[in-house]
Design a protein around this ligand. Structure first.
Ligand SMILES: Nc1ncnc2c1ncn2[C@@H]1O[C@H](COP(=O)(O)OP(=O)(O)OP(=O)(O)O)[C@@H](O)[C@H]1O
Ligand SMILES: [Mg+2]
Length: 326
């Protein structure tokens, strides 16, 4: 394993807010309840967890935007609280959505603006900007106004912006949210390429597939607590003995669904509706007992497909955090 570039030790962060319109009462939300993990140079590290888990809070703490209430953080041996000026040149971040770009300026001019902000020497700027636009596939539209860009193009420009200071560590909060599958694929390819060139990446995502494909290691967090940190492969191994029965059903009402979820030996049920077809994933260690029970409950003509599958990262997630969301 390589050198450690990020160390998070027992970090706790509480938000203090006031609620109520007239009679204000103070409310405290413990967003992170004492979290510890570390990241090695060159890793792609994923933070996964349901809404409100504390992922964005963690990223803000790591990028000097928030200060922990307890615990310590080290970024390349520096303390982001007391040494934020020294930390900043080594990192950059892309936090949610399309803010941060100047829509009336061209892609090139946007990057020139940020290059100035990061004090990139004028002589280097042009080459660096063109190189970055090329990397994110926007070379052809370098001088086109950002307002004419699609969401995917804007997000790729955000990546280029995040690289303007050649950061050692890049932080991304849900980089592929709202992107279509082709744009998301493109974005993942860019991140993999960047990583190959040596950039350490920390990202949050809700997409298991993305985490599985991109990340060397994943940390699952839930309600401000770290549940587990491991490689996607090892995580999937945790579900050894577990089978996933996936069935595609037609014309099945809510009562039948409920009965299926109450079958003996069924641990979790996930349901997806796609027009007339309902896909259910049943977690069980006893597929040999569950499958006949399904055939007893549901008329065979209504079962359009039934298969036993290997658990995916999403199934691990359901096991770990119970599949709930705040
Ligand atoms: N500025 C704030 N003031 C008060 N509470 C906050 C603030 N920001 C976040 N919280 C609370 O802290 C907890 C963690 O929020 P955070 O945004 O870090 O979660 P998250 O994992 O990024 O969720 P999501 O997947 O929805 O983005 C939540 O309970 C949230 O309501
Ligand atoms: Mg968030």
């Amino acid at each position: 394993m390589g050198e450690t570039v990020i160390t998070v030790s027992n970090v706790r962060r509480v938000y203090k807010t006031e609620v109520g319109l007239f009679k204000k009462t103070k409310k405290e939300v413990e967003a992170l309840k004492g979290i510890s993990f570390s990241i090695n140079r060159g890793e792609i590290f994923g933070l996964l967890g349901p809404n409100g888990a504390g992922k964005t809070t963690m990223i803000k703490l790591l990028t000097t935007m928030l200060i922990p209430d307890e615990g310590t953080i080290s970024i390349m041996g520096m303390d982001p609280v007391t040494q934020h000026r020294k930390v900043r040149p080594h990192i950059n971040f892309i936090l949610g959505g399309e803010r941060n770009l100047y829509w009336r300026l061209s892609a090139y001019d946007n990057l020139a603006y940020f290059a100035d902000l990061y004090k990139v020497p004028r002589l280097e700027q042009k080459n660096r900007i063109l190189e970055l636009l090329e990397l994110v596939g926007l070379g052809d539209v370098a001088h086109q106004r950002v307002e004419t860009f699609s969401k995917g193009m804007k997000q790729r420009l955000q990546i280029a912006r995040g690289l303007i200071n050649r950061p050692d560590i890049l932080f991304l909060d849900e980089p592929s949210i709202g992107l279509d599958p082709v744009s998301a694929r493109r974005l993942r390819d860019i991140l993999l390429k960047l990583n190959e060139q040596g950039t350490t990446i920390l990202l949050t995502t809700h997409y298991m597939y993305e985490a599985d494909e991109l990340c060397d290691r994943i940390a699952f967090i839930d309600k401000g607590q770290l549940i587990t940190v491991d490689t996607p492969k090892n995580m999937k191994r945790q579900t050894a003995g577990l089978s996933i029965i996936e069935c595609k059903l037609t014309n099945v009402n809510a009562n039948k669904m409920e009965a299926l979820s109450l079958l003996p030996h069924v641990r979790h049920v996930k349901q997806e509706q796609d027009d007339m077809l309902t896909t259910i994933r049943l977690h069980t260690e006893m597929p040999q007992a569950v499958i006949p029970a399904i055939y007893q409950l549901v008329d065979e003509t209504n079962i359009s497909d039934l298969a036993i599958m290997q658990p995916t990262l999403e199934d691990v997630y359901v096991q770990l955090v119970g599949g709930h969301a705040k």
